[in-house]
Design a binder for this molecule. Structure first.
Ligand SMILES: Cc1cc2nc3c(=O)[nH]c(=O)nc-3n(C[C@H](O)[C@H](O)[C@H](O)COP(=O)(O)OP(=O)(O)OC[C@H]3O[C@@H](n4cnc5c(N)ncnc54)[C@H](O)[C@@H]3O)c2cc1C
Length: 323
């Protein structure tokens, strides 16, 4: 019998909570630590319905997140919010993880399930005049979906080329006065959404600006005057709102400060900063595993995060048999 069966899990999104459930069922003591004020992860910000999770019909993102957190609580899994790791020491079988509260946790292994964050202010940081834009005119990330009904009759510029940007354009176009969708390079959105936006563009309700870059924003008499470089020319439009839906970045920046060099030499990040793992959730550093969007740039979703969390838990159970 080992002295400790504690597994520290960084991140209380679907991946971290799924890993915790599986670890609990496998006889471990998972301890889930989330840096934010709320457990449940990115689904807390999904203001639309989530129809992609088998057996969870009619759920919004926040409803799903609540279900995941309640499930963990119901089986006695410890989930701590506002808990930010600051230093890892020790090694496999006897890690020590210090939190910003000063608390130190002893654990056998650790799972990184810190997900991604939406790109926000940095997207327009270099844009001339952005600091003078009226408060509330620019919505960053999922917040652009929070109250679509309030945008009826408004002119909206959407910046981004992925699913979120095209979904936003598709939903706004029928009721907005005008929707401009500025895509920096090639659209990355799924075909269902690009087709829907193309249909709206054909009716004149949506304007797709390809190879477009925002150069400047100025408050004018009747709205924000936006100058864009579109292919070879400059274009000027006037809008009431700007939605920045320009993708996600993995939450891996903390690794360099929290993990000492000797506990991250086996870990690798890809060119976008995602953790590289094998099919079992191994990071390459003994005792350190990863699951969910933080290591899944190709297919970020609730179901893949849940599945990867389960895989990492099962891998830990098998690996620790020989420790
Ligand atoms: C608007 C929106 C709509 C979406 N719609 C869908 C959909 O319809 N269907 C679908 O399947 N997916 C959808 N997704 C994607 C889905 O939410 C994610 O794929 C899923 O939440 C990933 O789970 P995860 O546990 O890997 O990461 P996350 O849910 O991102 O959770 C990671 C957690 O880690 C925490 N964290 C970050 N850094 C640290 C740190 N240093 N220490 C401790 N904790 C940390 C975060 O606070 C967060 O709670 C949507 C996402 C968004 C934003």
């Amino acid at each position: 019998m080992k002295a400790s069966r504690c597994i520290a899990i960084l991140g209380a999104g679907p991946a971290g909570l799924s890993a915790a459930l599986w670890l609990r069922n496998l006889g471990f003591e998972p301890r889930v630590l989330d840096a934010s004020a709320h457990a449940g992860g990115l689904q807390n910000l999904n203001y639309l319905g989530n129809d992609w999770v088998l057996g969870q019909m009619g759920q919004t993102g926040p409803m799903l997140a609540t279900r995941f957190v309640e499930h963990a609580a119901a089986v006695g899994i410890a989930v701590e919010t506002g808990a930010r790791p600051v230093r890892l020491s020790g090694g496999p079988g006897s890690f020590r993880l210090r939190l910003d509260s000063g608390q130190e946790i002893g654990c056998v292994a650790l799972i990184v399930a810190t997900g991604t964050r939406y790109r926000a202010e940095e997207v327009l940081a270099e844009v001339e005049g952005v600091a003078g834009v009226a408060p509330g005119r620019i919505a960053y990330g999922p917040h652009a979906f929070a109250d679509l009904g309030a945008l009826a009759g408004k002119r909206v510029l959407i910046v981004g080329g992925g699913d979120n940007a095209f979904e936003n354009a598709r939903l706004l176009a029928p009721n907005a006065a005008a929707v401009h969708l500025a895509v920096r390079s090639r659209p990355r959105a799924q075909q269902r959404l690009t087709t829907a936006v193309a249909d709206e563009a054909a009716t004149g309700r949506c304007h797709l600006l390809q190879a477009a870059r925002v150069l400047g924003i100025k408050e004018g008499h009747s709205g924000a005057e936006v100058t864009l470089a579109v292919a070879e020319r400059n274009e000027r439009i006037v809008v009431d709102h700007i939605h920045v839906l320009a993708g996600y970045e993995p939450n891996t920046a903390f690794i360099n400060s929290v993990f000492p060099a000797e506990l991250r030499s086996g870990m690798h990040l890809d060119t976008q900063g995602y953790l590289v793992v094998d099919v079992s959730g191994h990071t390459g550093e003994p005792g350190i595993y990863a699951a969910g969007d933080v290591c899944n740039p190709h297919f970020p979703s609730v179901v893949s995060a849940i599945a990867q969390g389960a895989v990492a838990a099962k891998t830990i159970e098998m690996d620790t048999r020989t420790w």
